[in-house]
Design a protein around this ligand. Structure first.
Ligand SMILES: NC(=O)c1ccc[n+]([C@@H]2O[C@H](COP(=O)([O-])OP(=O)(O)OC[C@H]3O[C@@H](n4cnc5c(N)ncnc54)[C@H](OP(=O)(O)O)[C@@H]3O)[C@@H](O)[C@H]2O)c1
Length: 223
């Protein structure tokens, strides 16, 4: 039985990660921005603990670390993320851009810095980040979405850096693209398929592959 910590389990992919890992008998710490509204997550059967964590709140992150009290965390999934709206060039909302960077980039980094000892003390030792194909600089041929794209491109750089810095501790650090998942209007990839695919990538990465950027169907993406 592994211990999995997941962020952003209020809705979407986070709920499904929690459901699938719990369904296999793992211990899941499903963290939510607002657990009082996370009815679906609280209804998941199995060893699931729902706990408040705003990834932009360093106090919440410290409280989570105290709660874990040094217990091993096999897989840390930085899933929480925001992006919308995507205003066009000329209509940039700078306050919202800062909020997006705090949520998608700075928060996940702080969480890893805080929980790295827990991950390093585990069997599996994986930190996974739900990034996005939209964070690929190479694949950006359509422009726009400056705030979201830059947050995920920055996240990808963090993944590469952490992969190097945490290699001596045998911690594997990976970036995942969930596909255009059905949590989004128009999304085509069923949520179950996206999450089971990402879990497969996490499982195969194990302690041996680090610093990789893979789609939910295990295809490498260019940075
Ligand atoms: N769906 C796709 O096609 C797609 C594609 C590429 C990448 N992604 C990435 O996949 C991840 C999950 O997205 P999703 O599709 O499942 O969308 P989602 O349903 O909106 O899930 C994101 C979750 O993060 C939570 N959240 C927002 N701010 C937070 C904060 N400060 N601290 C903790 N949690 C916070 C949200 O809570 P509230 O609901 O309460 O705001 C929400 O539950 C995101 O990182 C997203 O960028 C998704």
């Amino acid at each position: 039985m592994a211990t999995i910590v997941i962020t952003g389990c209020d809705t979407g992919l986070g709920v499904e990660f929690a459901r699938q890992y719990a369904g296999e008998g793992h211990r899941v710490l499903a963290t939510c921005l607002d657990p009082t509204h996370a009815d679906e997550t609280r209804a998941i059967a199995g060893n699931v603990e729902v706990r408040k964590l705003d990834v932009t709140d360093h106090g919440d992150i410290a409280a989570l670390a105290r709660h874990l009290a040094g217990a091993p965390v096999d897989i840390l999934i930085n899933n929480a993320g925001i992006g919308r709206p995507h205003p066009p060039f000329g209509e940039t909302d700078y306050d919202n851009w800062r909020r997006i960077l705090e949520t998608n980039l700075l928060g996940p980094m702080k969480l890893v810095e805080t929980l790295v000892d827990n991950v390093a003390a585990s069997q599996t030792k994986v930190v996974a980040f739900v990034s996005s194909r939209m964070g690929s600089i190479t694949l950006n041929n359509s422009g726009g979405s400056y705030a979201y794209r830059s947050s995920k491109a920055g996240l990808n750089m963090v993944v590469k850096g952490l992969a190097v810095d945490l290699a001596p501790r045998h911690v594997s650090v990976i970036a995942l693209h969930p596909g255009w998942a059905a949590t989004e209007p128009g999304g085509r990839v069923p949520v179950e398929e996206s999450v089971s695919g990402m879990r497969g990538v996490i499982h195969r990465a194990g302690r041996h592959h680090t610093g990789i950027f893979q789609t939910y169907h295990d295809q490498p993406l260019p940075w």
